[in-house]
Design a protein around this ligand. Sequence first.
Ligand SMILES: Cc1ncc(COP(=O)(O)O)c(C=O)c1O
Length: 366
Amino acid sequence: MTDSSKAAGIPTIDPATLDGTAPEAAPTHPEIDWANLGFSYIRTDLRFLAHWKDGAWQQGQLTEDNVLHISEGSTALHYGQQCFEGLKAYRAKDGTVNLFRPDMNAARMRRSCDRLLMPPVPEEMFIDACKQVVAANLRFLPPYGTGGSLYLRPFVIGVGDNIGVRTAPEFIFAVFCLPVGPYFKGGMSPVNFIVSEYDRAAPNGTGAAKVGGNYAASLMPNRDAHQRGFGDCIYLDPETHTKIEEVGSANFFAITHEGAFVTPKSPSILASITKLSLLELARDRLGLEAIEGDVFIGDLSAYKEAGACGTAAVITPIGGIQYGDDFHVFYSETEVGPVTRRLYQELTGVQYGEVEAPAGWIVKVE
Ligand SMILES: Cc1ncc(COP(=O)(O)O)c(C=O)c1O
């Protein structure tokens, strides 16, 4: 394994030399149209890179180089030995910079690493790397009020010379970031989804881990859904195909006619940090009954509202769901339901520092 930035002679930047500009004073990027950001790759200034070798994570550093130079035998390339995370930094109302529950992402990445026999990244290293990347790319952080945020993509990959199906001799942990707007076009307006005939994950497979293989398997169903005019797929439980599991890139929730917040519980879905947060906010702030339980695809009329939730999706209201020949509309295909709207306001209010956050949810980037 070669450190690409050193190999290419590209200078790396020691975080200690960053000038410590206060977040409030940092200028924003002059050429970015903040109000019209989508979810596309934008190369930012610096990313964090650390190597694992000889049994330990080495000290990482920020680098300008956005290209990894890795062995052709890397397990990440052949056997999918890799995992990733997604979290966001927000410019808060008071001008400070908020990370939303990075400890939860660190914990989930630890579980993903464990599942794929990769060395876990310690929580402190994970959060510190995220903070360094945000602080080093402040000019890409969307200003408060634009609805944008800085998306962080941490990942771990198996690298180094190898050919057999076994765990890699070396690993890379990296974090890069990019400014984003809404994941689903239209942002907070209803999107329609279609139930996929494919399974996203096996009953005892890797569905609960955030690993690339799950997403590779979802590319074709996702393409098919788009071709038919839907935002994404909804996957059913792989064992009985009777219960909603999740959306291709987000968890699912619905509101019953009695006003309960319900979200599927299954060992093969990704434990969404947004979903876990909404369960608490629904219960503690909106006074709703909050349930993790079965949502049967044959019983959609029990729900008056539905939505997809995730770091990227935030809360995307679901207009309707196509299941075979049936198209079920929840609240409306054009209007957002009142409970979904309240949940959105509460969640984004916490993230942008407009309402008080539950203890420990916000970590400041100093
Ligand atoms: C398959 C899948 N489910 C759910 C989520 C939402 O998880 P979170 O709220 O932690 O972003 C994501 C996005 O990360 C996802 O890719």
